[in-house]
Design a protein. Sequence first.
Length: 489
Amino acid sequence: MTTTTERATEPARRQGTRIPARAQIMGWLLLVLVVVLMAIMLIVRQHLYNDSEDQVTQALEQEAGEFVAFAERGRDQRGQPIAGAESLFLSYLEQQYPDQAEALVGVWETPTGLSRPLSQGQEDELERLARDPALLARITSSPLPHGQVDTAAGPMRWLRVQADTGTGERAWFVTAHFTAGSIADTERTVRMLLLISAFGVLLAAALSWVVAGLILAPIRQVRQTAAEISEQDLTRRIPVAGRDDIAALSDQFNAMLDRLEDAFRIQRQFVDDASHELRTPITIVRGNLELLGDDPAEREEVVRLCTDELDRMTRIVEDLLILAKADRPDFVRPAPVSLAELTSDIEAKARSLADRQWSLEAIGEGEVAVDEQRVTQAMIQLAQNAVQHTQPGARIKVGSALRQGVVSLWVTDTGPGIAPGDVEKIFDRFAHGPGPGKGGAGLGLAIVKAIADAHHGRVRVLSAPGEGATFGLELPAFPPHAPTEETTA
């Protein structure tokens, strides 16, 4: 039976389709293409049908109009007057040459019914009409002057006009057109379009498969690179070519890998630094506890030593946590602050560190955008560093200045100074400067440098052996993306 805990640890079932992206792209492209081609074929088919119908209508109306004009003249081709329905139809039909699938029929009424029609046209169609008096009767008796009927030869459209015979006889002239041929032509055209469209769909399927593969190739490379990346190897990157969306994706993926590599580097460094620096106090505490005796004075001394080592471990952990946070975007939060007030507060807090001759060397005037707490932390660390390398009663000066958009804060001592070759090393983690104050963890100046870097500034050191040293911060008065006085008002 599956418990609630087991169900909670089961991976969530993935939603969505298992169809590869390449197949999905090809499928959607083909679907759109097929829909468009089907719409085009339907439109073309309807257009061809309508065009065929229009041509038949024009042909029927043209033949009917020519007959009406001939009947109104009332004379044959020799100029002789025409009298009677039979003479009218004979005179007109003998000079007509109907088109294929077209028939011209003249029919009149006699006392015994409709006469045998006089006609002109294709032989098969005329035979069908002549042998189907019922069809002629339906046409002549229809209340409408035009229509369509089904015959053995297929659909037939007809147009009927009243014939003026001049003798009072009832006669009609019928123009007929069999549309099976035009419909067959239209269907052949549509079938040809269908075959061409099917070939086009197959060609488009092949091309879309190839093109989709080319487009998705960088994405596959991203996936393969992501699959090969592990915590032990974060150095792999995706080559970027072009400036399209895929290139932008590769850039973002590489940037993410950079951030991950930095995060893992910081994590490993934190673990290495902590294990390296905490090993000694842990060993001291364990050794003293293992040798702890029953003597109260000895026990009190061991407790004091262990407490000191635990305090030192606490300070080391706190400093390491500060350095671990230094690469985070929110490590510093610049805000407008008065440089004069900031300098006075730093000098006042530094006085409580030790018995030294503290003084303000200079005070800068103006508003600057810095993280007041972090800058104070860095300056107090520099002041503590000056205390560690000077004797009681020594002179230590604190100052600040604001020139050309750069704010400078510094601490000057009269200690042993620093050799030029040691200036760069003292800002590394667990590095110790010369002099009697080298018993610390060696993280203070590393924290100062991290705070300066987070402000887009730098640490400045001016020193010579035996002549004291000046440690200072040079920070932009308004770093990028820092709020101004107007935005915080």
